[in-house]
Design a protein around this ligand. Structure first.
Ligand code: MIC
Ligand code: SF4
Length: 639
């Protein structure tokens, strides 16, 4: 039996373990990326590891999230990241150079290589044939230091794209269709490998839109073949030498196959408040739109921007709509400025913002109360845009631009003849916002602002762990619930004591107070607890507040790893209905914990209800050791 693309890349990078489905394997990481909202913490952790120079082929530190400078905190953190990067062999992408995933695709991504990023949308790199995975900052720090990265050897799902997309139906609609079918937890511990005739017609940026939003499926990553299209893209980026061909063997095995007939797809839309709440755009009648934002790592490429510019050309944005456009990178912005497309956008009434995450993470442009915001981003979790009462819908750039003109959610097919834009034969290349690492590390002084506070470290596991259930939450709790991010909180990503006051606040603003009053305790969650972002802060804040374990029906992959790295037990109910028998403030005790962790089965006693529940700890031996020794940093230090 031959190999699929995922297996080929994994085999080439395997350092620890055997390629048996579900078993933990350690892989060598060729490239890493960080962004600024997770990067400050990741580099503090990297420094704590005491490694002088990164051991990867290429590591890049991007500034794209914390771009609003309403106080000195973000600029201070950027100085820290710039100097620490320069000292330790890391390339630094200055603010203004663009969104990490977009820039990485343009300037650094290499087919067949592995990429680990401290951002959940790192799988964008799968569009260029990388095995690109999102992880917590600490895992990225370890990879920069030359350590392997551990994943469960994934199931590989073939997504067979057959036929051809109709006019006005886009790559975004392909991934929305998958989300509609498989839901936000349909991809856990799976990698999606794209195949079929439909692949050839998709450009690299379109492929990247699809792999980007594979993160919303909960997938470990997604990957496209590396073919003639990839070669042309790399050539246009003046990086033809980075090309290698990647395709599955004829007789490759897949754990499952999903088929999408592109001819049958229509423009789709994800309704509030989940990326899998997908319907046809044409099903939504007379939904008035107040704000439209076009951009983010999902849809901000040159081709996306050109299509939008051509739709807006000669039209005026509806008087009740605020249209905000953020081109994904300096390269894109520069090109549309030179060819006049930017001017078309401005003339139509669009508000142009700098290349960065911006509205996607609530860094400005929060919509008005009780309004509808139509966005080309990947996540529409409640409150993420900065306005809890707003309804965010996710669409393609085409649907967004047409709707901005009409003033209500509009099927772009109503616009008339389709607008076609090809990937240019040559991109405008100017890497002057990428700062190279220093030749001599001792020349660089690392600058630290006063907002950088020490991060909490877990403790060795106690034989008996006791406390109250401080909060009970439902299914699909996101990291935006656990550690909210917006323009007010993002500047404190290097200040866990400050951030922890807001931990789980969207679910219950009393949570952190309860944790303090009870000297910590437990969290009770439902299915897919911790979906969404890679932010380690969603584990660090609970750690700071004394949370010892999270009980849930199931966990999202990255969050679960972050909990373990920080010594917090992610325990899964053997019998999910036990969830119903636990209430807030119930007193829980776990005994003989070290033994139980080693066995992978923990009994929790509910003293209040006089009941006992059996919990599974579905983790590797390496992770068990971490839980016993008090997290990843302590377990590395012990060695
Ligand atoms: C996101 O899209 O939620 C973010 C902000 O990019 C996060 C990273 C973070 O929380 O800093 C992600 O996707 O990992
Ligand atoms: Fe930035 Fe949004 Fe992409 Fe996250 S999803 S990296 S916030 S653009």
């Amino acid at each position: 039996m031959g190999f699929n693309i995922v297996e080929k890349i994994l085999k080439n990078h395997l350092v620890v373990g055997e390629m048996k489905k579900g078993r933990e394997i350690g892989i060598r990481i060729d490239q890493t990326l960080t962004q600024d909202s997770t990067g400050t913490m990741a580099y503090l952790q990297f420094e704590a590891l005491g490694v002088e120079k990164v051991k990867t082929k290429r590591s890049v530190a991007y500034i794209d999230h914390n771009m609003l400078q309403t106080g000195p905190e973000n600029a201070d953190d950027h100085k820290y990241i710039q100097t620490v990067a320069k000292k330790h062999g890391i390339y630094f992408s200055k603010p203004g150079n663009g969104i990490c995933h977009q820039v990485h695709l343009e300037r650094f991504g290499v087919p067949g290589e592995t990429l680990l990023g401290s951002d959940s949308h790192t799988p964008t790199g799968g569009g260029i044939g990388m095995l690109a995975i999102g992880a917590g900052g600490l895992d990225v720090a370890v990879a920069m230091g030359g350590g392997e990265y551990y994943i469960k050897c994934p199931q590989v799902i073939k997504v067979n794209l057959i036929g051809k997309l109709n006019a006005w139906v886009t790559a975004k609609d392909i991934i929305l269709e998958l989300l509609r079918r498989l839901t936000v937890k349909g991809g856990v511990n799976k990698v999606f490998e794209y195949a079929g005739d439909g692949v050839k017609a998709l450009s690299v940026p379109e492929r990247a839109t699809i792999t980007n939003m594979g993160a919303e499926l909960g997938a470990t990553t997604s990957v496209f073949p590396s073919d003639e299209v990839t070669k042309e893209f790399l050539k246009a980026q003046n990086r033809e030498d980075d090309f290698i061909e990647l395709k599955p063997d004829e007789d490759a095995f897949y754990d499952d196959v999903v088929e999408i007939n592109l001819n049958e797809l229509e423009p789709l839309i994800a309704c509030p408040h989940s990326p899998d709440n997908v319907v046809k755009v044409s099903d939504l009648k007379n939904v008035k739109v107040d704000q439209v934002t076009i951009g983010s790592c999902t849809n901000s490429s040159y081709v996306d921007m050109m299509k939008v510019a051509n739709i807006l050309d000669g039209n005026t944005v509806h008087e009740d709509v605020s249209l905000v456009i953020g081109p994904g990178s300096k390269q894109v912005l520069n090109m549309i400025a030179e060819n006049g497309a930017l001017s078309k956008m401005i003339a139509s009434g669009a508000r142009i913002i700098e290349s960065g995450c911006g509205p996607c993470i609530g860094m400005g442009q929060s919509p008005a109360n009780n309004t509808v915001s139509l966005r080309t981003i990947n996540r529409n979790f409640e409150g993420r845009c900065g306005t809890v009462s707003a309804g965010v819908y996710l669409v393609s750039p085409e649907t967004a631009a047409v709707s901005a003109i009409k003033g209500y959610i509009t099927d772009p097919r109503e616009f008339g003849e389709e607008i076609k834009v090809d990937v240019p034969k040559e991109f405008l290349i100017n890497d002057n916002l990428i700062v190279k690492p220093a030749e001599n590390a001792s020349d660089v002084e690392v600058i630290r602002g006063p907002n950088i506070k020490p991060f909490p470290l877990a403790e060795v596991l106690k034989e008996s762990v006791e406390g109250k259930v401080l909060i009970k939450v439902g299914d699909n709790i996101t990291t935006d619930h656990i550690m909210p991010s917006n323009a007010k909180l993002l500047p404190f990503r290097s200040n866990i004591p400050y951030l922890s006051d807001y931990c789980l606040a969207p679910c219950n603003p009393e949570f952190s107070k309860r944790a303090e009053e009870n000297s910590g305790g437990f969290i009770l969650g439902g299915e897919n607890y911790g979906q969404g972002s890679s932010r380690e802060h969603a584990a660090l804040a609970p750690l700071y507040l004394g949370i010892k374990a999270v009980f849930a029906k199931s966990f999202a992959r990255i969050h679960m790893a972050n909990l373990i790295n920080n010594g917090i037990m992610p325990l899964v109910f053997k019998n999910p209905s036990d969830y119903d028998n636990i209430d807030e403030f119930d007193e829980i005790i776990m005994e003989d914990t070290v033994n139980s962790v080693e066995k992978g089965e923990v009994m929790i006693k509910n003293k209040t209800k006089g009941m006992t529940y059996s919990m599974k700890l579905e983790v590797s031996d390496r992770q068990k050791e971490m839980l016993i020794k008090g997290g990843l940093i302590n377990s590395i230090r012990n060695k």
